[in-house]
Design a protein around this ligand. Structure first.
Ligand code: 5GP
Ligand code: ZN
Length: 117
C-alpha cells in the first residue's frame, strides 16, 4: 500500500496524526472534516494514496465505487438522506483541492446552492 510520509491523510491512516474516524474497512476510511462546512461534513478516503481523480485508472474502479457506497451508507446513518446531501470531489487547483489525497466530501444538514461558488 502506497503511503506518502508528507500526506496528511496518509499520516492519519497510519495512525500518526489524530482524526475523528467514523468508518474504516480494508480499502477505505471516513473521518470528520477538521473545518466542517455544514452540520455534517465527512471525508471518505481510499487507504491507497491517489492524488485525485486525475490519476485513477481502470484498476481503481472497485475502490471508487466503494467510496460512493460508503458515502451513501454514512449519509443514511447521519440521517441526512431524506432531506438531501451533497458529495463533492475537488480535483486540482481551480476546483479548490487543498489535500492531494483523493477524498469525497459528504455534506449535509443544511441547504446547498447551485452553481457552487
Ligand atoms: P479539499 O479542499 O482538498 O477538497 O478538501 C480538503 C479537506 O480536508 C478540507 O475540507 C479540510 O478542512 C480538510 N482537512 C485538512 N486537513 C485536515 C486534517 O488534518 N484533518 C481532517 N480531519 N481534515 C482536514
Ligand atoms: Zn495520502
Amino acid at each position: 500500500m502506497e503511503t506518502l510520509t508528507d500526506c496528511i491523510f496518509c499520516q492519519i491512516l497510519a495512525g500518526k496524526k489524530p482524526a475523528r474516524m467514523v468508518y474504516q474497512d480494508e480499502t477505505v476510511a471516513a473521518l470528520e472534516d477538521i473545518r466542517p462546512q455544514a452540520p455534517v461534513h465527512l471525508l471518505v478516503i481510499p487507504r491507497r494514496h491517489l492524488n485525485s481523480l486525475r490519476e485513477v485508472s481502470e484498476e481503481d474502479e472497485a475502490v471508487l465505487g466503494h467510496l460512493l457506497s460508503v458515502a451513501s451508507q454514512l449519509a443514511r446513518e447521519r440521517k441526512i438522506e431524506a432531506q438531501g446531501y451533497r458529495v463533492v470531489i475537488n480535483n486540482g487547483n481551480w476546483a479548490g483541492q487543498t489535500v492531494d489525497h483523493l477524498h469525497l466530501h459528504v455534506l449535509g444538514g443544511r441547504v446547498f446552492h447551485w452553481p457552487p461558488g
